[in-house]
Design a protein around this ligand. Sequence first.
Ligand SMILES: C[S@@+](CC[C@H](N)C(=O)[O-])C[C@H]1O[C@@H](n2cnc3c(N)ncnc32)[C@H](O)[C@@H]1O
Length: 292
Amino acid sequence: MTDDLHAQIRDHYGDSARRMLDALDAQEAAATGATGGTPATTLTMLPLLDVQPAACCTPAGVAAAPGDAHAGASCCESEPTVFGPDLYGALDRADLPDAAVLASLGCGNPTAVAELHAGETVLDLGSGGGIDVLLSAKRVGLAGRAIGLDMTDDMLALARRNAAEAGATNVEFVKGTIESMPLDAGTVDVVISNCVINLAADKPAVFREIARVLRPGGRMAVSDVVAEDVLMEDERRERGSWAACYAGALSFGEYTAGLMDAGLVDVEIVPTHSVADRMHAAIVRARKPANA
Ligand SMILES: C[S@@+](CC[C@H](N)C(=O)[O-])C[C@H]1O[C@@H](n2cnc3c(N)ncnc32)[C@H](O)[C@@H]1O
C-alpha cells in the first residue's frame, strides 16, 4: 500500500508544483521579452484538491442526498480559508516570494506556534513549496538551519527556486519520505509539518522517525487534519480522498497513542478550525524526553 499511495500523492502534488513552475517560467520569459510581447502569466494559488465540500454540511457519516438543501456547499463557502495561504498573517507573507505563499497547501501555520529560537535546527516534514521552511529560516537566523523534506521532485524544485528568490542561505531541501527520513539521529531541535502526516501511509513509522531525528529534549509542533474519535475510517473517506488530506487523517485518540508509542511525551492536540463535519485542523505538540 505504501508504494501505491506514495505514487498517487507524488502525481497529485507533482502536478500542482509543475503548474506553478511553468507559470514562473512564463513570467520570467515575459519579463525578459523572450515571448515576443505575450503578457506575463499571473501566478495563482495551487488548486485545492478533490475536497468534497457537501460532506461538511451533513451529519457524520451521512452523505448528502440528491436534492438535499445542504448539498452544494452553501455552509462550506469558507472552504478556501481552511487550507492555504490565508492561514498566514500579513507579516509572515510580506517578505516571502509570491510563489512560496501561493503554493501553500497547509492547514495552519506551524511556525507561529513552534516558538523557534535563534540557532535551532528545524525540520519541516513534507515541505511542499517551502513556505514554512522559509519562515523558520528567518526565525532561527543564520546560526540556525531549516531543512525541508519532501518526496516529490517538482515540489523540491519549486521550493529551491523560492528559497533562491528569497535569498535564504540557511535552508536546505532534501528528497525522501517522512516514513524513512534521510537524516541522522538526534540532529533536529524542532520538527514542524503542515498538513502532511495525514498523508503518510505508515503513521507509526513517521512517529518513530520523528522520535529518532529529534535530539533529547527536542519538540514537535505540527498542523494537521484530525478526526473526532467517533468518526470511523469510512466516514473520514466520505469527507474527501486520501490525497486531499481527509481519508488518511488520524483521530485525536489515535494520534495521541501513536506519538506516545513512539516514546514522545507531553502530547497535546488543539483544534484550530473545522475542515469538515467532525474533522478539524489542529496543532499537535509533543516532546522527546530529555533523558531519552
Ligand atoms: C498538502 S501538501 C503540504 C505542503 C506544505 N507543507 C504546505 O503547507 O504547503 C503535502 C506535501 O507533502 C509531500 N508528501 C506527502 N506525503 C509524503 C511522504 N510520505 N513523504 C514525504 N513527502 C510527502 C507532498 O509531496 C507535498 O509536497
